[in-house]
Design a binder for this molecule. Sequence first.
Ligand code: RAM
Length: 385
Amino acid sequence: MKKKLISMLLSATMVAALLSGCGGASGSGSADAKASTAAPAADTAASTAAPAGDAAASTAAPAADGAGASGHTYAIVTKSAGNPYNEREAAGFQEVIEAAGGTCIVQNPESATADAQISVIQSLISQGVDSIAIAANDANALASVCQEAIDAGIKVLTLDSDVNSAVRATFCNQAGVQEVGQALVDAVYDLTGGEGQYAILSATSQATNQNAWIEAMKKIQEGDSKYSKLELVEVAYGDDEPQKSTDQTQALLQNYPDLKVICAPTTVGIAAAAKVLQDQGSAVKLTGLGLPSEMAEYIGADDKHSCPYMFLWNPIDLGKLAGYASIALVDGKMTGAVGDSFEAGDMELSPYTLTELADGSGSEVILGPPFQFNPDNIAEWKEVY
Ligand code: RAM
């Protein structure tokens, strides 16, 4: 236990160091890069669903196989700036690229829109980077700029939120869409007592990942009479902006006096909603996808806490996975075809194999299952991410 705590503190320090070296756009040539290359390669305590790992073994694990990364430039484009989830994702990516001797460019667009990403991607194409990993704000609006990048010889992949699968090699998916949808519907079922009104507070209306999870929730609900007494009254959009998410939460409370639960499948939305509900002493309960470090004060089983439990995965590991996938694509060790596999250093499930998307249109690689955070484990995990 002691070892685990030390390891988590190390991990938290590592993330802090990485975040401080990971501004709007950072090349690894800067002094900032030292912070991340000096950090330990990995840490089991920060791994997805394994709070009880033996940390000593993993901190001693070797860094990424750096062959081929040196001399190459790998970019990551997050959904938007100012979102701590995105910062952790980029930190994991940067750690892997720099440990392998590559140059990392982190781009956080000003807002969570396709337009903001298009101009950033166009500039990366002009710079002649070797790969671009994108957390997409829109599946289709980014298609032509992704094609432009591919035509320029750049490897394009996605993480967190996909584009149309025709215009990227593969998608680093944080968890199976069906698994996330099922976890959320079951949480809503549990917290409503199996019947009554609930609302969803999402990110942007175009976000591929949130839309896929919401679609999965609706299908699961429609397909099983167990859920027939649940009523989804509205899907509201807070655009992954704290203020808009706060306003949308207040509007939901006002418009639906019988509302029992809000489900927010976005770390920004859930944190904003948690504060509104807890400050107001509302009886409406909250669940969804949240960062433990932002949600710890709202998680609890009693009436004083707005969120009994929620889910997520390790965003640092998701960034790391995309880093390793980028290196493998640039090295020519994989093309993104279903069945391709790639080494991911000391990550728990390495080597990872690309599997087929549910609709058969392309490949994805899944980080792991969603993990539940509750009053029993939140104190431990809020230190990690
Ligand atoms: C927000 C973003 C991100 C999503 C998480 C759960 O930070 O919308 O894309 O994966 O929430």
